[in-house]
Ligand binder design. Structure first.
Ligand code: GLN
Length: 430
């Protein structure tokens, strides 16, 4: 690696706040930037939260181990919403990353630092993000880069700091679909350290450079209607026209309950998050303070005040959802609905190879407008990424707008059909 890469990374970091930790020494190999909730041996890993500000893992996450074996080195750990709680990377304890096209706007979340950096860097093409409810798709769309969210279980979560275990996925954020295919080929596959992984890895680069004639896609009418900004709708519809010209068959379908998936997702995500955050008690994990001369209750109270606003909100709401007497009404019911939704999507994939929709309903908003949003309004902006999140389906976000604020097209495929996403995404790029 040249000094040039380091200098550029430092410059971008100063201007856009993309890193929690930037490694300032020269290393050999291909640089990759990694979301800060993926454990890296000897490199501080904070998950964007103050509670982990002193945590230095003694091991590498499986994805990092695999990448190192293929000659990659970690250039830096990128800024994110604490524990992945957010859609704009504004819930971070380590500065807020900015949008590469307009610094007064957000870069999306929660993998915002990775997406913003990949978009800005001339030298670095590879990044890792992580998604629970859309955190690869959203920042990729807002920053004009490619984001690939693999099928749940295709990539090992070992060494990932959990948000919601039944949704969490690690995936590539890159400049091109080809680079995403290369990364996915390396990081995917079964892992004895993660019992939810499948033996389904392939060489995904073999899906590049193919025609799309004969492939059948549908787009969901409701993903282009109410709540979707005109600029987004127009850009994505003209991308669909491009794809049709290349031979993709596209039909319209209706999926009326799309927005109902948002509360289902947040109920499950918050319930799981609240149990995951219980371990940051200052004894097992988390900041240490001296318990001397304090009652235990004071000790814990003091430590847990170090959580940010959104972390506290999710602990409270998630704990409520899991309480005896509420659990059946909320959590168990949400799980049932999640299964129903997954079955509905499986039916669609009996008829179509792909589902197309915008990645996000809006262009990257200004920081001042995000500040004015209520939590519920904030959560609603995820309504297009949540379907794939809830169902564990793979998706790719590809930039469709060359000028102005970035917009992404989101393409979703059936489980373990990443190959189709790569073929279509790559065909569109070409
Ligand atoms: N915005 C969603 C949330 O806050 C998704 C974030 C994510 O995928 N990590 O839960």
């Amino acid at each position: 690696m040249s000094l040039e890469i380091l200098r550029e990374a430092e410059e971008i970091n100063q201007g856009y706040g993309t890193f929690v930790t930037l490694i300032g020494t020269l290393q050999k190999g291909t640089p990759i930037v990694v979301k800060d909730n993926i454990c890296t041996q000897g490199i501080k890993t904070t998950a964007g939260s103050k509670i982990l500000s002193t945590y230095i893992p003694t091991f590498d996450a499986t994805v990092i181990k695999k990448l190192k074996e293929k000659g990659f080195f970690v250039l830096g750990k990128t800024t994110q919403d604490a524990f992945g709680f957010g859609s704009f990377s504004t819930n971070s304890a380590y500065g807020i990353p900015k949008n590469p096209v307009d610094k007064t706007r957000v870069c999306g979340g929660s993998s915002g630092g990775t997406a913003s950096f990949i978009s800005l860097s001339k030298n670095v093409n590879y990044g890792l993000g992580q998604s629970t409810g859309g955190s690869i798709t959203c920042p990729s769309a807002f920053c004009g880069v490619v984001g690939l969210t693999p099928t749940y279980g295709l990539v090992s979560r070992y060494g990932l700091i959990d948000y919601a275990n039944s949704f969490d996925r690690i995936g590539p954020i890159t400049k091109t679909v080809k680079q995403a295919a290369e990364l996915l080929t390396i990081i995917s596959g079964i892992d004895e350290k993660d019992q939810t992984t499948y033996d389904k890895s392939e060489d995904y680069t073999k899906y590049l450079g193919k025609g799309i004639k004969g492939m059948k896609a549908c787009y969901i009418k409701e993903t282009f209607s109410e709540g979707v900004e005109r600029e987004v709708r127009d850009s994505v519809l003209s991308a669909i026209t491009e794809l049709k010209k290349k031979g993709l068959q596209v039909e319209e379908i209706s999926f009326a309950d799309l927005k109902e998936m948002v509360p289902i997702y947040y109920i499950i995500a918050m319930a799981e998050a609240s149990t995951n955050l219980a371990k940051f008690c200052g004894m097992r994990y988390g900041l240490e303070s001296s318990p001397e001369n304090k009652y235990y209750s004071d000790y814990f109270k003091e430590l847990r005040m170090e959580f940010g606003e959104e972390e506290k909100r999710r602990i409270l709401v998630g704990t409520f959802i899991r309480m005896e007497g509420y659990r059946d009404a909320y959590y168990t019911r949400a799980l049932k609905l999640k299964n129903q939704v997954t079955n509905q999507f499986k039916k669609i994939f009996k008829m179509y190879d792909l589902i197309i929709m915008p990645s996000m309903p809006i262009v990257p908003p200004k920081f001042e407008d995000v500040k004015k949003m209520s939590p519920a309004q904030n959560y609603m902006t995820d309504f297009l990424t949540i379907p794939a999140a809830l169902t564990g389906l793979p998706s790719i976000s590809v930039p469709v707008r060359k000028k102005g604020l970035p917009v992404g097209i989101q393409i979703v495929a059936d489980h373990f059909n990443e190959g189709k996403l790569i073929t279509v995404g790559d065909a569109y790029e070409r």
